[in-house]
Design a binder for this molecule. Sequence first.
Ligand SMILES: Nc1ncnc2c1ncn2[C@@H]1O[C@H](COP(=O)(O)OS(=O)(=O)O)[C@@H](OP(=O)(O)O)[C@H]1O
Ligand SMILES: Nc1ncnc2c1ncn2[C@@H]1O[C@H](COP(=O)(O)OP(=O)(O)O)[C@@H](O)[C@H]1O
Length: 227
Amino acid sequence: MKFEKGFTVCTPRSGRNFLMSTLGHSTNIFWHDCAVGKVERQKLLNQQGCVVWITGLSGSGKSTLACSVGRELHSRGKLSYVLDGDNLRHGLNKNLGFKPEERTENIRRVGEVAKLFADAGLICIASLISPYRKDRDACRSMVPDASFIEVFMNMPLEVCELRDPKGLYKLARAGKIKGFTGIDDPYEPPLNCEIEIRQKDGICPAPCEMAGQVISYLDEKGYLHAH
Ligand SMILES: Nc1ncnc2c1ncn2[C@@H]1O[C@H](COP(=O)(O)OS(=O)(=O)O)[C@@H](OP(=O)(O)O)[C@H]1O
Ligand SMILES: Nc1ncnc2c1ncn2[C@@H]1O[C@H](COP(=O)(O)OP(=O)(O)O)[C@@H](O)[C@H]1O
């Protein structure tokens, strides 16, 4: 019997029903449910698991915002975890470079990890350039119940380039880094983000102000309490 796309209910000799599936390169794999589910974990933590996905150019302030939000949530007794693109490339994603298909795989993996953290009941804050719209949209569609909150760091390239804390724009302009986002690799701004952080009268909001914008959104949408 077909259950849903890719899944078949099978009843082996034990008599217990399993969902058997074929996904990607994996065949004959089974989904095992556990007694404690997301709802119970969320009650324990008094919060709703979700993914706050911060996207923007290098130097736009993604990591700064991610850490400020994490600190503010911690001070309110809420459990969060930051998945930072640069940091994950030191471990989980160290076999990936910056070719388009490698960035796509980078985003896919982080999307899957973020989905697990959200299922664990945490407020998962992912901060990656994630320059391609289709990759971000794929992550959005992985997370259930519309609990994917896309935050666009809408900082002009000139501001990011002026900051250049790691000297990477300088290297990219000198042709010493190829395929640098915003210079010779595209950044596709979101069309449907939940939150946009931008300059006001040519001034970037302070980190605590940017974090306040995200925290207010989470509070208004009920993520900071169990339902
Ligand atoms: N070619 C190229 N383009 C953009 N960025 C580069 C590149 N090479 C190295 N770096 C450094 O890698 C950090 C971005 O990693 P991400 O995993 O967030 O990138 S991506 O989402 O896969 O595009 C990025 O960190 P942030 O400055 O924090 O964004 C850079 O430090
Ligand atoms: N709101 C802000 N106002 C002024 N400077 C900022 C702000 N946010 C970040 N910065 C500075 O900009 C630089 C890049 O920030 P960072 O968080 O590392 O960006 P990203 O993670 O997008 O590369 C850092 O030097 C940081 O101190």
